[in-house]
Design a protein around this ligand. Structure first.
Ligand SMILES: NC(=O)c1ccc[n+]([C@@H]2O[C@H](COP(=O)([O-])OP(=O)(O)OC[C@H]3O[C@@H](n4cnc5c(N)ncnc54)[C@H](OP(=O)(O)O)[C@@H]3O)[C@@H](O)[C@H]2O)c1
Length: 348
């Protein structure tokens, strides 16, 4: 591990329009940030933008623009990735593997350290992740593992940051795009979640986006490289049973009348429920169901993730209680955004 502090570096941020990228951008207020934008505009006006595509040679820039960019940049934060489970292997690997290799080549050219965002779920090697219709989480996870390997084997000073599921800001609940866990909690709050394919004591590991962003921003500032940081609840992550209790308590506080879902096995879904109910759904709904099934399968192990982000200087660990509070805040924000809340609650 090495450390070359640079309190106000110029940072190239890939994936700046995404969930993690937007949260990181909001935390890098003391740095000059250049966002590599792709197809979605990055909100706000603080950062400079360079339009590029990581799947193209030289990010799709002409050689001199690429070299100018490399000359300006002190640090690279790489958040861009294909994150959906229903994207095919070629497209996923194009960005997650070959795009990461291009980012490494750029960092080498710029002589800049790299903060690479991976996922804690690379650890789930023990799961048999197949049989979710269109959802193929193994394609995504393999691509993230191969990208990590490229980072480890390269001579570019780098950190690997591995968040678990990212939820909204711990104080406001805000997030640029609702995630799979929001969809599950949303179904619970709509009283449309009769069953959940999980063991009640399975840990549901999530982290608020501001924690992930703080870890990355601190790594940028301290110039620490050579580390792997698990940004997870780990042993502090709540069980599925507790998450449902929190969701029901939130629902009650919002004046909603909800039934608790039944915990069922994946096997029961496959043998009894899919053939009768799921296969008859329209394609889009079936896809949503498959994504949910694949996501719950990723949680399906007794072993908690490692959790090591507390070693990053200046970052405070979240307790089990503060993770639960962040979940409730996030889901309350979701309920308000989706109009599930009485007008008196919106003002609260
Ligand atoms: N969200 C989570 O729960 C979570 C959990 C663990 C780990 N992670 C990791 O965190 C990182 C960020 O995830 P996220 O959730 O923020 O992703 P996201 O919201 O899906 O955003 C993906 C980003 O990648 C950009 N992108 C897509 N194709 C590109 C291309 N060809 N060239 C350049 N940029 C391109 C997108 O820009 P456009 O929209 O303009 O195409 C977008 O900014 C990923 O490495 C992911 O694996 C996320």
């Amino acid at each position: 591990m090495s450390e070359i502090p640079n309190p106000a570096p110029t940072v190239l941020l890939t994936g700046a329009s995404g969930v993690v990228g937007q949260a990181v951008l909001a935390r890098l207020t003391d740095c000059t940030v250049v966002c590599l934008t792709h197809s979605t505009p990055v909100p706000g006006h603080r950062a400079a933008r360079v339009h590029g595509d990581l799947t193209l040679p030289y990010f799709g820039l002409d050689r001199s623009a690429y070299q100018d960019l490399a000359d300006r940049i002190d640090t690279v934060v790489h958040c861009a990735a294909v994150t959906g489970f229903s994207v095919d292997a070629e497209q996923t690997n194009d960005l997650n593997v070959r795009g990461t290799e291009s980012v490494l080549a750029f960092a080498r050219r710029a002589q800049a350290p790299l903060q690479h965002v991976s996922t804690a779920f690379v650890a789930r090697r023990d799961l048999a992740l197949d049989g979710y219709g269109s959802a193929r989480p193994e394609i995504y996870l393999d691509s993230k593992r191969i990208a990590e390997q490229a980072i480890v084997e390269s001579d570019v000073p780098a950190n690997i940051v591995r968040p678990s599921v990212v939820i909204g800001d711990s104080v406001t609940g805000r997030i640029s795009q609702f995630q799979g866990l929001h969809a599950i909690a949303g179904a619970l709050l709509k009283n449309a979640l009769p069953m959940l394919p999980l063991e009640p004591d399975t840990r549901i590991d999530f982290v608020p986006q501001d924690l992930v962003a703080d870890v990355i921003a601190q790594l940028v500032r301290t110039g620490t490289t050579g580390g792997e940081y698990w940004v997870t609840g780990g042993p502090a992550a709540p069980t599925a049973e507790r998450v449902i209790e929190l969701g029901l308590a939130l629902g009650r506080s919002l004046g909603l009348s909800l039934d608790a879902p039944r915990f069922v096995s994946h096997d029961m879904i496959d043998r009894l429920i899919r053939p009768v109910f799921i296969d008859a759904l329209p394609r889009a709904q079936r896809r949503r169901f498959d994504d949910m099934l694949a996501m719950t399968a990723l949680f399906n192990t007794q072993e908690p993730f490692p959790s090591t982000y507390g070693h990053v200087p200046g970052v405070t660990s979240f307790s089990a209680r503060s993770l639960e509070d962040a979940f409730t805040t996030s889901m309350r924000h979701y309920a308000r955004a989706k109009g599930m809340v009485r007008p008196s609650e919106v003002a609260a």
